[in-house]
Design a protein around this ligand. Structure first.
Ligand SMILES: *Cc1c(COP(=O)(O)O)cnc(C)c1O
Length: 386
């Protein structure tokens, strides 16, 4: 095994950041392509900064986020948070007591870890369902989660969504929709209604997913619930501060459904160009993904024997993509514990600067390179670490 601990994952991430910095120094911003779909833009204007330096700034952006947030998510009251995870924690602190149960329906497990971790923190039990015929709540269920689009961009069907709402409502249990990427993917690509318009009580989206905002959580919900959640958020310092809110406001103004729709179409070309050499590659709504197990199968098919874990292989692949082609994917730069799936998101800003052919060549060359070094542990380590 090459990556054995969270510490190793941190070192790998540090190496990626150093590589990105050195690319920046030699070739400038054009030297790399962030295709994670998580670009974390901060599109504030010069006048916003001047405003933020006055007492009026926070009030202005607070009012703007209420208006723009409701346009994007529906609902009655908006709350901006440091992260989507912060919003999930705040809602669980506000709505769930020790001994209660949280039930979660999602198109495909696993859930984002913030949901089970927050459940554990308050001493609530937690059950997850991906099959609607199995879905149920119990007498002590106090909150139901729906994930609209998973971390790997698996999308819930409209039918399942409405069924979970129906079951939850019949037991008067509030429904929280984790729509981190779903608020855009579900609505723009799959033409589903907004979560609040389908009967959710509360929903949240990530302002850096399929939009060019800073990493943050934008929450909307019914007024009575939002007051409770807002109180908890402030008690524990989970709410977004004015500069972050300003970034979110401008990103919401810039929101571009066209780019998401274009990616939905061009991803077929990328998929078709890769599927011969990467049989396990899958389409996502706005790109393609290669799971670590599928990468292993690809090596097996070529008769390559290795003891490395599936995750190790994905990390090596992602680091080679970065080192040799300047392509940034999540396994290279993700926080410890993030998915090791190699995902290319064509709705990323940087996708405009790289051709589909370049990406296909980079994948093929990276696989060759990986095979070349796979028996040389020292070489592999120097790819992963600095
Ligand atoms: C990204 C994501 C989150 C967490 O967002 P953070 O900003 O990292 O806290 C939660 N749920 C889902 C489904 C996600 O995709």
């Amino acid at each position: 095994m090459l990556v054995n601990s969270l510490g190793d994952e941190v070192n790998k991430r540090d190496a990626s950041l150093k590589i990105i910095k050195s690319i920046l120094q030699s070739d400038g911003r054009k030297g790399f392509y962030d295709l994670t779909g998580l670009a974390g833009g901060f599109p504030i204007l010069a006048e916003d900064k001047a405003l933020l330096e006055t007492y009026a700034g926070p009030a202005v952006f607070e009012e703007a986020i209420q208006t723009l947030g409701k346009i994007h998510l529906g609902g009655e009251k908006i709350l901006a948070l440091n992260r989507t995870s912060s919003g999930i924690l705040a809602a669980i602190l506000a709505l769930v007591n020790e001994g209660d149960e949280i039930v979660h329906f999602l198109p495909k497990s696993p859930a984002h870890p913030s949901i089970p971790r927050s459940a554990e923190l308050v001493g609530a039990s937690y059950r997850e369902f991906e099959d609607i015929t199995q879905f149920e709540v119990s007498d002590n269920t106090s909150l139901v989660f729906i994930t609209g689009s998973t971390m790997d961009h698996e999308i819930i069907t409209l039918k399942d969504f409405l069924r979970v709402i129906e079951i939850s409502k019949s037991h008067e249990i509030p429904v929280f929709v984790d729509d981190a990427s779903g608020a855009r993917l579900r609505t723009v690509v799959y033409k589903q209604p907004r979560a609040m318009d389908m009967g959710a009580d509360i929903t949240i989206t990530s302002t850096d997913k399929l939009m060019d905002g800073p990493r943050g959580g934008l929450m909307s919900g019914k007024a009575d619930i939002m007051i409770k959640v807002k109180t908890k958020a402030h008690q524990f310092g989970l709410e977004a501060q004015p500069p972050l809110v300003a970034g979110m406001v401008r990103a919401l103004e810039n929101l571009s459904p066209e780019r998401i729709l274009e990616a939905f179409i061009t991803k077929h070309d990328l998929y078709n160009g890769l599927v011969n050499d990467f049989k396990g590659i899958k389409e996502t709504p706005t790109g393609v993904m290669l799971k670590s197990g599928e990468l292993k199968l690809e090596l097996d098919n070529r008769g390559i024997v290795t003891d490395y874990s599936h995750d190790d292989l994905a990390y090596l692949f992602a680091m080679l993509l970065l080192r040799n082609h300047g392509i940034i994917t999540i396994p290279a730069v993700g926080m410890p514990g993030t998915s090791s799936t190699i995902r290319i998101d064509l709705a990323s800003n940087d996708a405009e600067r790289i051709t589909i052919e370049n990406i296909i060549d980079a994948f093929n060359e990276t696989l060759e390179q990986l095979i070349k070094i796979i028996d040389d542990t020292k070489a592999c380590k120097s790819v992963l670490y600095y």
